[in-house]
Design a binder for this molecule. Structure first.
Ligand SMILES: NC(=O)C1=CN([C@@H]2O[C@H](COP(=O)(O)OP(=O)(O)OC[C@H]3O[C@@H](n4cnc5c(N)ncnc54)[C@H](O)[C@@H]3O)[C@@H](O)[C@H]2O)C=CC1
Ligand SMILES: O=C(O)[C@@H]1CCC=N1
Length: 266
């Protein structure tokens, strides 16, 4: 069994979601550093990873370094890491908008960089990660990252120019899904259900509907037709969705998030 040494710089919300899945593989040896002592103490306590006291220590202890800080903090973290980086390292960035070229140019010329966009359902093993190869990264690096991120859900390998779109659909997507679940549940509550029952009915329905789509036998449009009886309840509901331009609103939601990811580009 090949041991993988993985180090996180930044152990906030998305890092915790990734660590929660990666710790299950005994082949992974995980360490982390966060400039907030409470953040690193929390992950050490929760997941039993090794805490370190600087980014330099992460570079010393890990071959794979995951940059999990806010986009505007990536520059300072790469500067801090640079003197400690070698061609033996692989840098993986989860930051929205930040290009692999920005990271390579601010680290070392031969740096192998992979840009990924995971999402918080990684906590349940049902994450979706899009990943793309920087110019110096190899197919072996992509294969390694694919295996790593498969521990927390599904993986799609994309050309980097599509990462803004992936960020908008699956990176930010859980927030839209939570919003839809909450809105449908609120409708149920207004029709007499308790909020607890309404959330259960709404969330389990989203899970079941998503599973049917992923089974891949039918398109979402075909599945809509199968639920909808002419003159029945679904048709009455869908008419309201159309009247309130819900589909168009969701399209515009994704386009706005992709545009913002593009604005964060460095
Ligand atoms: N939250 C999400 O659902 C997703 C977030 N991302 C990306 O992940 C990155 C992190 O986001 P979150 O985890 O949500 O943020 P967060 O604020 O929860 O975590 C960031 C962590 O980085 C630490 N940090 C900041 N500067 C540092 C430094 N110089 N050295 C070491 N640690 C430092 C902070 O103390 C904090 O604990 C962002 O770039 C975001 O675009 C990507 C996919 C999904
Ligand atoms: O909202 C954000 O910018 C990050 C990136 C994707 C999910 N959260």
């Amino acid at each position: 069994m090949q041991q993988l040494s993985i180090g996180f710089v930044g152990t906030g919300r998305i890092a915790r979601a990734l660590i929660s899945g990666l710790v299950n593989d005994p082949a992974n040896r995980i360490c982390g550093y966060d400039k907030d002592p409470d953040a690193i103490a929390a992950v050490v306590k929760q997941f039993g990873i090794e805490g370190t006291s600087s980014a330099a220590e992460v570079a010393r202890d890990a071959r794979i370094i995951i940059l999990a800080v806010k986009p505007y903090q990536i520059g300072e973290v790469v500067e801090e890491l640079r003197p400690h980086l070698t061609t033996g390292h692989l840098l993986i960035s989860v930051a929205a908008g930040i290009t692999s070229e920005f990271i390579r140019q601010h680290s070392i010329d031969a740096m192998r960089v992979i840009r990924v966009m995971p999402n918080t359902p990684a906590f349940t093993g049902q994450g979706m990660t899009a990943l793309s190869k920087g110019i110096m990264a190899t197919q072996e690096d992509i294969a390694l990252a694919t295996t790593m991120f498969s521990a927390i859900g599904r993986v799609a390998v994309l050309d980097e120019r599509l990462m803004d779109a992936a960020t908008a659909v699956s990176g930010s997507g859980p927030a839209y899904m939570f919003s839809l679940i909450a809105s449908i549940a609120e409708g149920g509550r207004q029709c007499g259900l308790s909020m607890q029952d309404a959330i259960l009915l709404s969330a389990q329905t989203m899970l079941g509907a998503a599973t049917m789509v992923l089974n891949g036998e039918k398109t979402p449009e075909e599945l809509i037709r199968e639920v909808t009886t002419p003159g029945g309840t679904t048709e009455a509901g869908l008419k309201q969705m159309d009247a309130h331009h819900v589909r168009q609103a969701m399209i515009e939601t994704v386009k706005a998030a992709a545009a913002r990811s593009n604005e964060l580009k460095q």
